[in-house]
Design a protein around this ligand. Sequence first.
Ligand SMILES: Cc1ncc(C[n+]2csc(CCOP(=O)(O)OP(=O)(O)O)c2C)c(N)n1
Ligand SMILES: [Mg+2]
Length: 207
Amino acid sequence: MGPITKEALIDFEEALVREFEQGRIRAPVHLSGNNEDALIEIFKEVGPSDWMFSTWRSHYHALLKGIPREKIWDECIRGNSITLCFPEDRFFTSAIVGGIIPIAVGVAAGVKMSGGNEKVWCFVGDMALETGIFWESVKYAHANAYPVRWVIEDNDFSTSTPSRETWARPEDDKTMLRVLDLLGVPYKYYFYKRKYPHQGIGKWVAF
Ligand SMILES: Cc1ncc(C[n+]2csc(CCOP(=O)(O)OP(=O)(O)O)c2C)c(N)n1
Ligand SMILES: [Mg+2]
């Protein structure tokens, strides 16, 4: 079986939207629609034994990691979309902004210490990118040559608050990325185009 296709990602999300709309998922869902191409490209570099650390919005990440659709679907229906975790697939998330970052660094330390060659991928939003915990983690991981690959998902929002405005910087400002470049930290970046609001499907749902 080859990697999951763009169409399969969209089918999964659209089916989930229908469930949510019917009031059958009584918990938050965060959706990635519009960003299939960018994520497919990034996941071309992810190996089967690599570790993945993600956020509240991780359905596409889990599908692209190769985790079976039904397994992800069942968790979402149970209301666990926001905190998907599949340790047996080396896939972890946290809904705490920045919470997953030091955990990813710790796992990367373990990989290096045990002489493994897996990579540890860690997703960060543009607001998480601004946090102290991110920069402490980046400095520590980089100085110790831990095999972390940061993936920056930039939508210029933190829920409904414009991130750059919050930090008194101009629109499209790339200062944080320039600092990563200066340090020589490996990362992937894509501009995340919102199809849905931060959470939910953009409609009121009656439970
Ligand atoms: C410690 C903490 N503070 C606030 C929140 C509420 N919250 C959930 S997601 C989010 C947005 C974070 O923005 P960003 O890192 O850019 O992620 P994205 O836009 O990709 O969702 C916030 C503030 C939280 N989950 N955890
Ligand atoms: Mg954001």
